[in-house]
Design a protein around this ligand. Structure first.
Ligand SMILES: NC(=O)c1ccc[n+]([C@@H]2O[C@H](COP(=O)([O-])OP(=O)(O)OC[C@H]3O[C@@H](n4cnc5c(N)ncnc54)[C@H](OP(=O)(O)O)[C@@H]3O)[C@@H](O)[C@H]2O)c1
Length: 288
């Protein structure tokens, strides 16, 4: 079940958090930290490369923003005194960023990387033993606090470190802790997964337009169906397979559609897509 469904969330108090790289994912996490039920003692620090992106934070008193293009110490200023430091730049930049901030970190800082494919040991080596490292794999529905985040602890992260970071990511959705050797596999399901779902929504919308609906009608039909079916699957005691069978009368219209998916071996296509995604994560880890 999704922890975000249901009543008002319990209040959460977090230590000072720095987000280095406030882009799409960094901002999604920030949105959770700025939710009404969350207090971040000491506030949230963010950094960006460009001044334009940092302007967005001018009107938000709980956020202090620095810009690396005009201040080469921006990332180091942001991490000084922060307990949780989230690295949310592109995977190819993570090791360099970790090395840049290493001696500005508090000794008990927890460094969390959200980068796909970059291992804890790579980050630990770049930090030269300062702080502890945790990898996180959130997804973009975190932007509306319905994210799914996988977490894996590095070699020196304690259970308390993991609990702190789980609390941070619980502000943007559900959290699952897995051993690091399972995190790339998790990424192929929940990290990339929203793109698969959006792809399916696009295809269903296109099919609706082909059946004569306007684009607006097609969007309503496809998106409302996805929302309803997803929520139904979450709330129902039945498995998705049972729910599907309940829609699929023998010799009925849905059965004919599902038979078409089966004839195209859609399940094998989805399996191959996640295998390709996993292979790419392994390439990224190898620096390709
Ligand atoms: N998007 C997803 O669905 C998703 C899901 C899970 C994990 N992730 C991971 O999240 C990370 C970021 O992805 P994204 O999609 O959020 O990328 P993005 O939107 O391009 O954000 C990257 C941010 O990093 C900033 N930046 C670049 N160099 C920097 C530096 N040296 N110091 C501080 N900030 C710097 C950029 O600032 P400017 O814009 O000013 O250049 C930008 O705001 C990646 O490692 C990715 O693997 C993404």
């Amino acid at each position: 079940m999704n922890s975000q469904s249901g009543s008002t969330p319990a209040s959460v108090t977090l230590p000072t958090v720095a987000i280095l790289g406030a882009g799409s994912m960094g901002r999604a996490i920030l949105a959770g930290l700025l939710a009404d039920h969350v207090t971040v003692t000491g506030g949230v620090r963010v950094t960006n490369r460009s001044a334009e992106r940092a302007l967005d934070f001018d009107a938000e008193p709980r956020v202090t923003a620095w810009v690396t293009s005009t201040d080469e110490t921006a990332n180091r200023k942001a991490v000084a005194g922060a307990k949780v430091v989230i690295l949310a730049v592109k995977p190819a930049q993570i090791a360099e960023l970790a090395a840049e901030i290493a001696d500005a970190l508090d000794h008990d800082a927890i460094v969390v990387s959200v980068a796909a494919g970059v291992t804890c040991s790579t980050i630990e080596a770049a930090l030269a033993g300062v702080g502890s490292v945790i990898r996180a794999m959130p997804n973009t529905p975190a932007a509306i606090r319905l994210g799914m985040t996988g977490l894996s602890a590095g070699s020196t992260a304690s259970p308390a470190d993991l609990a702190h970071v789980a609390e941070v990511f619980s502000t943007v959705g559900d959290v699952l802790v897995v051993p690091e050797d399972r995190l790339d596999a998790l990424t192929t399901i929940s990290g990339s997964g929203p793109a698969y779902v959006f792809y399916f929504i696009e295809a269903l919308e296109a099919a609706a337009v082909a059946r004569g609906f306007t684009p607006a009608e097609a969007a309503l039909l496809a998106q409302s169906t996805f929302r309803g079916a997803s929520q139904y699957a979450l709330e129902s005691q039945s498995t998705p397979q049972e729910l599907r069978r309940a829609v699929t009368s023998p010799n009925g219209t849905t059965e004919r559609a599902i038979a078409t998916f089966d004839a195209a071996d859609l399940k094998a296509v989805i399996d191959a897509a996640t295998a390709a995604s996993l292979a790419r994560a392994q390439e990224i880890a190898a620096g390709k």
